[in-house]
Each structure stands twice: as structure tokens, then as C-alpha cells.
Ligand binder design. Sequence first.
Ligand code: NAG
Ligand code: NAG
Length: 346
Amino acid sequence: MVMMMVTMGLRGSLLFLGLLTAQVTSSLARTGNGYPRMKLSYQELLAFQGVKRYEMDRSCCFDTMLLDEERGRLFVGAKNYLLSLSLDNISKQQHMTDCVNYVKVLHHYNRTHLYACGTGAFHPTCAFVEVGQKMEDRVFRIDPNKVEDGKGKSPYDPKHQAASVLIGDELYSGVATDLMGRDFTIFRSLGQRNSIRTEQPACRWLNEPKFNSAFWVPESENPDDDKIFFFFRETAVEGQGLGKSTYSRIGQLCRNDVGGQRSLVNKWTSFLKTRLICSVPGSDGSDTYFDELRDVFLLQTRDRKNPLVYTIFSTSSTQCLKLTGDSTREELASVLFSSHSLTLVE
Ligand SMILES: *[C@@H]1O[C@H](CO)[C@@H](O)[C@H](O)[C@H]1NC(C)=O
Ligand SMILES: *[C@@H]1O[C@H](CO)[C@@H](O)[C@H](O)[C@H]1NC(C)=O
């Protein structure tokens, strides 16, 4: 069975999660004339029998999700709640834990615990959440002795975007570290090694970044070669003089980076970034650039060293978006590339 998950923040407080079977997916994927479907409205989606919904009042912002196939669960971080939903029937909600404000970070920590961070009423906080070994354990609670400072892990402001990945017992997070969202960092914390971050002030390394996602990609059998990639968009320093422009970026870090000896102490010494270029040629010969990275999905292949990365970009012309006033008409382009075909330059 192919499972497709559709999520939308709808009408304020409604969480909508749809599960579709293979049959439905294939009929959704094609329109009558054989061309791939370019858009799918909410109404059309509801019309399909295979869709199951989970609704919840008095919350919002269901935008942090963690799939747990082994336990047949989907964990969802939201405003004031952390949910554990059954994959067989997402209306069947296992438990609900009152949590700290907007949950922005959610990772598998070990066999029994998740690591979760939230904005904590402008006081970022992280906690270990016990979820049991299997669903039947019916365990879902925060360990009050294991609540810790979440600065550099979760943003202060729920409107700020953050990205993180947990590798072993270490958390790599791209986040604003202050209330106003002016100071940004890519930060490694938890674990046994010293914390390590980007240089301060960060503007030489990161310029008003909007983090989207972070992934861990091994490069060889040797863990010392492991790389961490951050995807974000930021204000381009290259574009200055032509007004403020945004570029999409991929940033790379080495997992074995321990910071510098004399300079760059507790700072990254392996940080590289490059522009992600996605453009289409127009009929008049000029290219349209899709400079605003919107989302990234990393698809694991048989070879963990060569995942496929799907990326969604939009144009940075806000005027154009305002004119259409309809996000489904927002022109989106996707590119497909192998992370190893990228050349990374500082
Ligand atoms: C899904 O779970 C809900 C809530 O427990 C229940 O009311 C509903 O009948 C279940 N649906 C199916 C198809 O099992
Ligand atoms: C998982 O991590 C938590 C938090 O550090 C710890 O209390 C728990 O014992 C660990 N569980 C396992 C199975 O290692």
C-alpha cells in the first residue's frame, strides 16, 4: 500500500490529516487527459473515500511532525499540545500531553524517548518525552526532571522558522537565538562534545536566514566523513546594489567538526554554503528564477550516501503572488538532484 499524507492548517484550529490508499493516489495523480495533476483542492481531496480526518479544537499550528512507523504512530507538535495519533486510524488519538507552547522541534531520541522543544512563552524549552517501546505501553509523558533550556534549539517566536536534525545524541539546529529574531545560529548541542556554533555576529555566515530543513548524509563507510546539510533561504549579499534579494541555499557541515584550536574556538571550521539555482527559460530568452526555497524532502534510497532531494521553490516576486491572491496558483517549480552532484563553494 502506498500511503500519502496530506496536511493542511485549515480554518484556524482544525488539523486535517488525510490517509489515502494506493488506488486513490493513482486516480488523484492523473487528470482525465493523462497529464500529471498540478493542483488538488481541499474539496476534491475530501471527496475521496480513503481520506481520514483528525480534528482538534483550541489549538493550531500543527506543523511539526514525526512519523514512527515501528510503533504505528504519528507524533504531531502543535500549540500547547503534543499528539500521538494511530496510523491505522488517525481519529484514534492515543494520548495528549499538555506541552509548552508551540512545539517546534520533535525527534526520536532513543527507543523509549522523543526529544521535543517548544517556544515556551518566549522562553525556549526542551524536554524528553517518554513514549514507551510500543504503542500498547500507553506511555506518553514528559519527564519533569529532564526539562532543559532550549535556547539555540527552538526559536523564541512561533513565527520564526527553525530546522534541526538529531544524530546519535547530538542535536544540530538552525535557529534564531534571540527574541527579536536578529541573531541566527547553526548550533550543535546535547551529547558529550562541546557545543559548537556559527560565528557571532552571524551575518558573514548567515544573513537573515529562514531555515527549512536539515539532513544527515553519510559520505562513505567512515563516520568521520558524515555531512550535515541545512536548507534555507536568506538575504543575498551578492545581490546588493540591485535592492534586497533572496537566494536559496544549501549549507554543509562536517559531523566530526570540533571547532578551531586557536581561532574559531567552539565555532564551526567546516561550514560551507552555496546558492541553489532553479530557473526556467522564458520565451523571450530571459530566465525566471525561483529563488525562494519553500520545502525540501529527502528520499532515502538503497544507498544512504545518495539520497534524492526534492525541493520546492517559488519566485521572490511578492507582487506577482499578491496579484494572483491564490496560493494554489503560485508558480512552483521543483528540481531533483543528487546531493553529491552539488559543488560547494564558500
Ligand atoms: C477511528 O477511530 C474513531 C475514534 O476512536 C472511531 O470513532 C472510528 O469508528 C474509527 N474508524 C475506523 C474506520 O475504525
Ligand atoms: C532514553 O533517554 C532517556 C533520556 O536521557 C533516558 O532516561 C532513557 O533511559 C533512555 N532509554 C534507553 C532505552 O536508552
